[in-house]
Design a protein around this ligand. Structure first.
Ligand code: ZN
Length: 95
């Protein structure tokens, strides 16, 4: 089921906006919240993973660091955050 909206931008346009934002230092990784720096490897992550039916379109894409994206893989954002907390707590325990 696909609904066509007039204001919808293409994936290519979205990528251009992200590139532009990175160049001017106002692009942040939506997974770790750190800025994505010019020249840093990055990705567009699917908020709803493709394997779970998420579409490859701007409304479902967010810029991330390449490494953060690899770490998240097919997890949902909630699961990813849970996993992150788990590792942070491990670190705090000094292990
Ligand atoms: Zn990140």
């Amino acid at each position: 089921m696909s609904q066509k909206r007039k204001d919808k931008i293409s994936k290519k346009q979205f990528k251009e906006v992200v590139e532009y934002a990175i160049q001017y230092h106002f692009c942040y990784c939506y997974l770790c919240g750190e800025p994505i720096l010019p020249g840093q490897k990055h990705n567009l992550d699917h908020v709803v993973a493709r394997s779970k039916g998420g579409a490859t379109e701007p409304s479902n894409l967010r810029p991330t660091h390449y490494d953060c994206n690899q770490a998240k893989a097919d997890l949902s954002l909630a699961d990813y955050r849970r996993l992150q907390r788990f590792f942070l707590e491990e670190k705090d325990r000094g292990k």
